[in-house]
Every structure is written in C-alpha cells, then in structure tokens.
Design a protein around this ligand. Structure first.
Ligand SMILES: Cc1cc2nc3c(=O)[nH]c(=O)nc-3n(C[C@H](O)[C@H](O)[C@H](O)COP(=O)(O)O)c2cc1C
Length: 404
C-alpha cells in the first residue's frame, strides 16, 4: 500500500508551486491528499488539486454531512506525514498557538505523524520576531522546517521568504519519511527526570531535572518506529503521544530495579535521567521535628546504574548524559571511559538559558569510536534528532563487516 502524504496548502502566492510538489511526490510512489485553507481556495480552485491527485480536497470543516466519519480524524489515522507547503505566517502562528479554526489547522492538532513545514512570505513577515518565535516553538515540538531562501518575492521586493524549491521540499519530506521507520524493530529504553530520596515522610532530596530531554528522546525514538520503554522520575510533563511503555519511579533504587530489569530486553539504553548520587542514610519513619539544634544528615551513595550496565559483556548500545558545571569535555571523556559507554552527551547545567528546566540545550557529544562535536543551542527535540542520528551511525557500523 502506498504511503499517504497529507499536503497542506495555505494562501501564499507561491501556492502554484504546490502542484509541482504533488507531481514530485507522486513520482516517488506516494499518495497525496490535499487540504487547503479557505483563503487558499480563494486564490486557486480546489478542483486543480482534485484533478492532480484524483482525490477530494478538504477545505471546509463542515462540508461533510456524513455521520459515520469525521474526516480530519480519519485522515490523521492514515497519514504517514503532514507536509505544509506553502505555509503562510498565519498558519504557522495558528499551529504554534494551537488554534484550530479550519480543516487544515484542526488536522495539525489531530495528526500524530511527522510534520514538515515550508514557509513562504514577504521578508518583513518572515523576519518578524513573532514569526521566528512561532517557528522555534514548532521546531521544539518536533516539526521540521524547509526554510525559505532569498530571492525576488511576489510583492516585488527582493529578500528572504521565497518558498524553497519544490525538489528541496520533496527531498526533506522523503528524508523525514525514511526516518519514520529507521529504528523499526529496535527496542529503546530511555530514562528521564529526577529521582527523589526521602529524608522523612514529608521531605526529600531531588534535583532540577524537568524530564524534558528524556521525554523528547522518547518521542523521537517513537517517531522513528522504535518500541520505547520510558522510565520516568517524578515530572509534570504529559506522557508523550503514542508512547509505548511508561514506568514511573521515585527513587534511585527503584530506577535501578526498573532499568536492570529492562536492559536485557532492549537494544539501546539512553540514561537521560538525573539520578541522585546520594541519598539520606535512612529515611525516618516519622517527620523529623524542629528543635533548637541544627540537624546533621548522613548521606550515602546510591547505586551507579550506568556503571552496572557498562560492565555487561554484550549489553545494549549505551548512551549516558553528563550534567557538568565546568571542564565539560574532560569530564565527559572520563565518564565515557569509566562507565564503558558508547556515547556520552554532556551539557553545561550552570548556564541559565539551556539545560535543566529549559526547552533548549547545547551539548557536547563524544562517541567511543572517536567522534566528538558540540551542537548549537537547539530545542531538546532537535538535540534528540542529533543523538539518534549518531546512534543510527553506531548501529550501521556494527552491522557493516570490518574492513580488512
Ligand atoms: C495575493 C496574495 C498573496 C499572499 N501571499 C502570502 C504569502 O506568501 N505568505 C503569507 O504568509 N501570506 C500571504 N498572503 C496573506 C495571507 O493570504 C493572509 O495572511 C491570510 O489571512 C492567510 O490565510 P491562511 O493562512 O488561512 O491561508 C497573501 C495574500 C494575497 C491576497
């Protein structure tokens, strides 16, 4: 059965190029279903796309009187990918704000497939802070952008905002589609969030981890077709859509039990959780009462889960995170060696704009086979993509025969 690409068309003057995009996608053996905004329908007749695709074009939310089907939900089920080209500033803003007031914007919220967006607009609209903020927000939610180029615009100006060439948009679509199954058959364990170590029934030690990095990794693994086990400390994040298995834990010891239980069954382990290194030597049964005196607590080491995994002879691919506040590269290299990891991802948690609690991160990646690089500041979802691309590189190298 052909894979179905849903093509969203909004009212940019460049929408005539969407016809070429339909043709190119069809040439790649993809089925194309067009959704237009009502404004796009004022610029060009939906019949044109109907003729090109041989399928009804969706434009009016309330046109379908059928009681058995709710078209946008049915379509969301069959969609392998949602491509929006051209995307107006308006559509991008509505996606970012969660506004669903026509078929296309409602479909965006209903769809769980990968999303690729190709904006087209006047340069001032494109460079406007609000548009850039909206693009960043959608990127952090996992949407891929095929950014516009510079050139002569429909308004007569020269500048940024010109729709990327149809060939480039189709290439990005095919690349995103190939990613939807690149980890098919792989089982991935991701840990996320902090742990809590009880002092007494009302107090505990914890740390600033929000769980966002681990959840973004789990979402990326799901979107690449992996079966994902997410072991999560206490966080206030919604469980990612289509998440396969979620296990909630509180303490480092519970994390250890869950991870060691699952580690033998998975191909990849990514330890993104900030597991407490120490816990109170004992958790008091009753609340410790305030007295005039200071309180001295004795702390003991918690289990080193990563090191335990690294000692396994034929274990899964092992990726560790290092939260550092100085000498990041040196400390990360030491961790890679000490714990026998395949890859370490280090971040500087002393910076207020990235890392703990932020939607963004900037990381240093070092792999066992000698690759090392630093990323730009990116959304955690984009960082996840970089990490999984590296992991896929490791898998490919493991599969390829050694060179003589
Ligand atoms: C001829 C014409 C061309 C337009 N081209 C663009 C464009 O390239 N990009 C854009 O963001 N808006 C463009 N607009 C403005 C949008 O059509 C307008 O913001 C509209 O409300 C967007 O509706 P939609 O996003 O639901 O399609 C254009 C309008 C007209 C009349």
């Amino acid at each position: 059965m052909k894979k179905s690409v849903i093509l969203g068309v909004s009212s940019s003057i460049s929408l005539y190029k969407a016809c070429e995009i339909v043709r190119l996608l069809q040439k790649r053996d993809l089925q194309v279903q067009v959704i237009m905004t009502p404004n796009a329908g004022k610029l060009i007749s939906p019949r044109l796309f109907q003729a090109l695709t041989g399928r009804e074009v969706f434009l009016d939310m309330f046109a379908d009187a059928s009681v058995e089907r709710v078209a946008h939900i049915d379509l969301a089920r069959e969609a392998a990918l949602f491509l929006v080209a051209p995307a107006t500033a308006n559509v991008i803003g509505k996606f970012a704000a969660g506004i669903a007031d026509d078929f296309l914007t409602t479909f965006y919220l209903a769809a769980t497939c990968p999303v690729v967006i190709a904006p087209a607009m006047n340069e001032n609209m494109y460079l406007h802070g609000q548009t850039q903020e909206n693009i960043d927000k959608l990127k952090s939610r996992g949407a891929r952008f095929v950014l516009p180029g510079r050139g002569r615009l429909a308004c007569g100006d020269e500048g940024w905002g010109r729709l990327a060439p149809p060939e480039e948009i189709v290439e990005a679509t095919l690349e995103a589609l190939s990613r939807t199954s690149s980890l098919k058959g792989q089982r991935v364990l991701v840990t996320a969030g902090p742990t809590r170590e009880a002092v007494d029934p009302v107090r505990y030690f914890t740390n600033r981890s929000s769980g966002r990095m681990g959840y973004a990794l789990a979402e990326e693994a799901v979107s690449r077709g992996a079966e994902v086990f997410l072991v999560s400390g206490p966080v206030s994040l919604p469980v990612p859509v289509k998440q396969n298995h979620v296990r909630r834990i509180d303490t480092a010891a519970e994390m250890e039990t869950a991870v060691l239980e699952l580690a033998g069954e998975v191909d990849i382990v990514i330890m993104a959780a900030a597991v407490a290194g120490f816990r109170p030597a004992r958790a008091e049964e009753n609340k410790i009462k305030k007295t005039g005196a200071d309180l001295k607590l004795s702390l003991v080491r918690t289990p080193d889960i990563l090191a335990a995994l690294g000692r396994r002879a034929r274990g899964p691919i092992l990726v560790g995170f290092a939260a550092e506040t100085g000498r990041i590269e040196d400390n990360a290299r030491a961790k890679l060696q000490d714990k026998n990891l395949d890859m370490v991802v280090a971040n500087d948690v002393s910076r207020p704009d990235v890392g703990f609690g932020s939607d963004f991160n900037r990381v240093f990646v070092i792999t066992r086979n000698g690759r090392s690089f630093q990323t730009e500041k990116m959304s955690k979802r984009e960082i996840s993509r970089v990490i999984f691309n590296e992991i896929e590189g490791i898998i490919a190298r493991e599969k390829s025969p050694p060179t003589p």
